[in-house]
Design a protein around this ligand. Structure first.
Ligand code: SF4
Length: 451
């Protein structure tokens, strides 16, 4: 039997599974986590700890058809000023509960389009953050960049504010694909943005590309990857396009008949992966790549790679606090998410309160399963020694669990007394294997293709 036929029989091309940027995944959040729970979790952080901060900017100048991010199109800057005031108020409220000596190890601005902010807005927001929670030594400050919304004054303002990493959305360089997904962005625009960032001293650049887009084929994706590696970003994320028009209505503008089939998606992924590996990029987790001297490649070797709502990270902070509409916070005790609609978020902040709408408090079983799933997604294995030393689970129970999952996957996994490991040929199944350790019922609507 061919490799493709075996993956097909195991259900890879039909499965819809979570991306496991959290466990449990967001559809299982509930309203028992409120502002009181959230503030108690902030207060219980250790004194002098380093935290991670995520700031969500939910505005874009244009709405790309393929994008399922929660964002709104705006034509002028009026909503931005009010929104920044709310972020400042929310942060001031967080600081009331933060223990003494808290520092910022990782700051990330995402969206939406953070570079929609004017230089003055960038300076104002960054100053508010740093006067509230100072950067730790060796901090990381990363910003999601839209090359269509970038100019030298903005880069200047970001660099002055401490930005030292940038993440650029590329998707695909092919003009026909760009027009099919409603996102025109010439290769020249991306190159100008990367050159500008490098001229301003940004030495760590990530680029996002997407496989599974309408009209995409191996030739077109090869061209995109080759163009991208000519710009030598330090990291590349290769995401699978999730066509979920029932959740992201603007995807209805995309002609579903032009989407690659599930088997074509696997071929597209493999094509891009092979090209990137041949070009010297190390595979990181299921869909990231990094140059060998990048900290993400080092994290693969040292088993310190982690996965959170922003995807793969090397950030070691014990807590991630999300600011802004729909932002999610993660603590050792659980998750807390702000109201998704900007209007509801703003209304809650205006009452001098937090805007927590839902979340999830971990049980010991959740923590154990979350650790298994994170290890599978980051390391493609689970070590029994690591699990029994940190969780209330026995070797016997783990071995039983692993043997059951191996049986389900027709014994293609490596299971021994030291743990479970996913062989290279079975890695496309990683999210499906992780799903076997998920104790929650899968939502039928909200998940994307396993490949
Ligand atoms: S891809 Fe970026 S610019 Fe386009 S709608 Fe999504 S967040 Fe906005």
């Amino acid at each position: 039997m061919t490799h493709i036929a075996q993956l097909k029989r195991l259900g890879l091309f039909d499965a819809k599974v979570p991306r496991y940027t959290s466990y449990p995944s967001a559809p299982h959040f509930n309203d028992r986590v409120d502002e009181h729970v959230f503030s108690s979790w902030i207060s219980s952080l250790p004194t002098g700890t380093g935290i991670s901060l995520y700031v969500h900017i939910p505005f874009c100048r244009r709405l790309c058809w393929f994008c399922a991010c929660r964002t709104q199109g705006i034509q002028n800057d009026n909503p931005i000023t009010g929104y920044i005031s709310r972020i400042e108020a929310e942060l001031a409220h967080v600081v009331k509960y933060l223990p003494q000596g808290t520092t910022l190890t990782h700051l990330h601005w995402g969206g939406g389009t953070p570079t929609i902010l004017s230089p003055d807005h960038i300076t104002r927001l960054a100053t508010s953050i740093q006067t509230s929670v100072p950067f730790a030594p060796n901090y990381t400050f990363s910003v999601e960049i839209d090359p269509n919304e970038l100019d030298a004054p903005r880069v200047n303002a970001l660099v002055r504010a401490g930005m030292n990493r940038a993440s650029i959305g590329v998707q695909d360089f092919d003009p026909e694909i760009q027009s099919a997904i409603g996102r025109p962005q010439g290769f020249g625009d991306t190159k100008i943005a990367i050159d500008l960032l490098r001229e301003h001293g940004i030495s760590s650049i990530n680029a996002d590309i997407v496989y599974g887009l309408p009209k995409q084929n191996k030739r077109r994706l090869t061209d995109t990857v080759q163009k991208l590696v000519s710009l030598t970003p330090e990291r590349i994320a290769l995401y699978g396009y999730a066509h979920v028009p029932w959740m992201a209505r603007r995807q209805n503008l995309i002609d579903a008949d032009t989407l690659p089939s599930p088997t074509d998606r696997l071929e597209l992924f493999n094509t891009a992966q092979n090209l990137l590996n041949w070009d010297g990029y190390t595979s990181v987790g299921i869909d990231h790549f990094a140059l060998p001297d990048d900290s993400m490649s080092e994290a693969v070797t040292t088993r310190t790679l982690r996965r959170n709502f922003q995807g793969y990270t090397v950030d070691p902070a014990v807590a991630l606090i999300g600011l802004g509409a729909s932002a999610i916070s993660q603590f050792p005790q659980g998750y807390a998410q702000n109201a998704s609609a900007t209007s509801k978020y703003s209304a809650a902040i205006d009452t001098n309160s937090f805007a927590i709408a839902r979340g999830h408090e971990f049980s010991p079983d959740d923590k154990m399963r979350a650790a298994i799933i994170e290890s599978l997604m980051c390391n493609f294995d689970v070590r029994i020694d690591e699990m029994v030393s940190s969780h209330a689970v026995t070797r016997h129970d783990l071995y039983q669990m692993f043997a059951r999952v191996n049986q389900k996957f027709e014994y293609i996994l490596d299971v021994s007394e030291s743990g479970l490991s996913i062989p290279h040929a079975a890695r496309p199944l990683t999210r499906m294997i992780a799903r076997e350790f998920d104790a929650y019922q899968l939502s039928t609507m909200g998940h994307s293709s396993a490949i």
